[in-house]
Design a protein around this ligand. Sequence first.
Ligand code: PMP
Length: 364
Amino acid sequence: MSRPVQILDNALGAVGYTPLIRLDKIAKAEGLQCNLLGKVEYMSAGGSVKDRIAKRMVEEAEKEGKLIPGQSVVIEPTSGNTGIGLAMACAVKGYSVIITLPNKMSLEKEAALRALGAEVVRTPTEAAWDSPESHIGVAQKLQSQIPGGIILDQYRNVNNPLAHELTTGPEIIESVTATPSTPEKPSSGKVDVMIAGAGTGGTVTGISRAIKKTHNKDCVVVGVDPKGSILAYPDVLNADGEGELYIVEGIGYDFIPDVLSRDPQDIDHWVKTGDEEAFDAVRKLMRLEGLLVGGSSGSALSGALRWLKSKEGQKIAQTKGVNVVVLLPDGIRNYMSKPWFLKMALEAEPSPLAEQIAGILKDS
Ligand code: PMP
């Protein structure tokens, strides 16, 4: 699963093959004994975990004869990252693309989409998923009237979870099993806990299947769902923050996508997270680990820390060598203009160094 060293044919050859990185400083600051590891997906070609499904959905549709260069118009409702992956694949392969995007999604995503040649249609964030005004409803309307229009449909397409079962999951397993256990850095040699946020749910479902089927059937898989969304299971968990609006992009929904497994065998536990704790966790990932991750990476880390402090997670958190993997879906470059990020970056506490600089410049 390592990235090929040869010259790549095009940008799609650089989708995936992302690194698994130790989050030792965060683990130490949180009093954890286990290994806390981040799967850093912003290092994929289009900048997110969703490149993988975009590539696979396009290539499988081509094999099935559903996409015809010069004729097909790929239309997709997305929170942005699947759209960026699709626009990248379609730029390479020569298809037109229309992306329907709820208003809450960042300007950076729209700009990237347009730069890649996609048309972007904004839709009201508050529209229910099954209303004609929603990003899903508008995509369906466009598809019904545009000749050659095709929705690959990440919410239902088996190639969404399959992309993760065949790439993201095996990459994680390979990184963990290829790393020797040493006295300084002990390792169980297995993926013991896997934590990921859910939007369509394809990531958490597909990675879980890869790990449980081929590597460690006892791996504990934890799904993370923002307060205000209804994806967590059992449903009673969703009472926490019911109906709340949340700022974090890419995770949470008001319906259960077909590709999200609600089988407790696939996803053992769910945790709910809020915006503030997610943004706080983004800051930790930047300041302590040097990782330029986006908002839902903060949700995933915050969910991981919550679970590791829960009744179920406590013992694992205190066991040396246990491998806890957190999926970090995209990067901060998607969110540079968002008030939550600007506040974090520009309104930080004045540091002693800043005071020293100010003193030197005042005197000179
Ligand atoms: N985080 C971000 C930033 C995303 O764009 C997405 C995709 N919607 C996710 C997390 C969740 O991934 P999935 O759709 O596979 O559940």
